[in-house]
Write a protein that binds this ligand. Structure first.
Ligand code: PHE
Length: 340
């Protein structure tokens, strides 16, 4: 038995020094320590040995030594692999010459900032809100119950868990009313999503800027004043606008505020669907149901809300003829805004 153990020991150290990868080590482990391995075979052989205790101890030491040697060899290999990886990785060179071209702001960013500045000067705060919302925020809280036909115009992308990509920035109205209560003046720009067939003036992903003003005695005149002031500031001149009745369940009365198409000067072009006017800012007096749902006392307060089409505004301001350019990632189109 003793000789057999010695023989196995030297066999093992030879095989171990020849093993160059994990697979070889594993094979060696199975050969020695596996169910049908050498150690198991020695244990079986114990039956025929006289001094079982001494022989058993020898087998056990062999088993422990083999285990330890294999573990050590594995660790050495693991470290060597990390070492190789580190050595072959490209080194960061802090002295690398500059010369990278400067980027430029996206036109939507520029338009957002400009409108934000204007509203800040009129006492509004800026709020940020999620792109993923739930049905309550996007519809229910806005007086659009399930199965209401107004939902048809705002089909969107639904997640498996029932959440959805917001179809309009109005989805934040409820949360913001609950956060601040009345009186309230806030704007909240955001990316919106709709299931839309795309063309020169429609996109499935676009930006809006929502605004809300809630206080005592707020009326349609306040709404028109704020809209006209903002647009004249953005376009740096008196802008022609028209107000049409518009239906949105969360405002009453509701309007569509159109501006004269800046691209064709009102003659008609693909960007304005040949009408000379562009729907830019749906708006209206906030529906009492919506105020109530936001925890506002409707006996005391009224308010207006608007949903400025930021993407459309950027088109008008910078003369972008095709809305699809914004999300195209085309540097030819987008890098023109470098100097602005
Ligand atoms: N959320 C509406 C839309 O995207 C626009 C809107 C906002 C209308 C606020 C009225 C008041 O269609």
């Amino acid at each position: 038995m003793k000789e057999r153990i010695e023989e196995l020991r030297s066999g093992f150290s030879l095989a171990l020094s020849a093993a160059t990868d994990d697979a070889a080590l594993e094979a060696l482990r199975v050969e020695y320590l596996g169910k049908k391995g050498h150690v198991a075979e020695l244990m079986k052989g114990l039956r025929d040995v006289e001094d079982k205790k001494a022989a058993g101890q020898l087998i056990n030491t062999l088993k422990c030594d083999v285990e330890a040697a294999i573990a050590e060899a594995k660790e050495i290999m693991r470290r060597a692999a990390i070492d190789r990886k580190v050595r072959s990785a490209k080194k960061y060179n802090p002295t690398l010459e500059g010369g990278a071209e400067l980027g430029s702001y996206h036109p939507i960013t520029l338009a957002t900032r400009e409108v934000e500045e204007i509203f800040i000067s009129m006492g509004f705060t800026i709020e940020n809100y999620n792109e993923i919302v739930n049905d309550y925020q996007c519809f229910e809280a806005l007086n659009i119950p399930k199965h209401h036909p107004a939902r048809d115009m705002q089909d969107t992308y639904y997640l498996d868990n029932g959440q959805l990509l917001k179809t309009h920035t109005s989805a934040a109205q409820n949360a913001i009313m609950k956060k601040y209560g009345a009186p309230l003046r806030a704007i909240f720009p955001g990316r919106c999503f709709r299931n839309e067939s795309t063309d020169a003036c429609h996109e499935n992903t676009f930006f809006q800027m929502e605004g809300m003003m809630i206080d005592e005695n707020i009326s349609i005149s306040n709404l028109i004043y704020f809209m006209k002031t903002m647009l004249s500031e953005v376009f740096k001149r008196d802008v022609k606008v028209r107000l049409r009745p518009g239906f949105f369940p969360f405002v009453e009365p509701g309007f569509e505020l159109d501006i004269n198409c800046e691209i064709c000067g009102g003659e008609g072009c693909p960007s304005c669907k040949n009408s000379g006017w562009l729907e830019l800012c749906p708006c209206g007096m906030i529906h009492p149901n919506v105020l109530r749902e936001g925890g506002i006392d409707t006996e005391k307060y009224t308010g207006f809300a608007f949903g400025l089409g930021l993407t459309r505004l950027a088109m008008m301001k910078y003369g972008v003829k095709d809305i699809r350019d914004f999300n195209s990632g085309s540097l030819k189109a987008l890098s023109q805004f470098k100097s602005i």
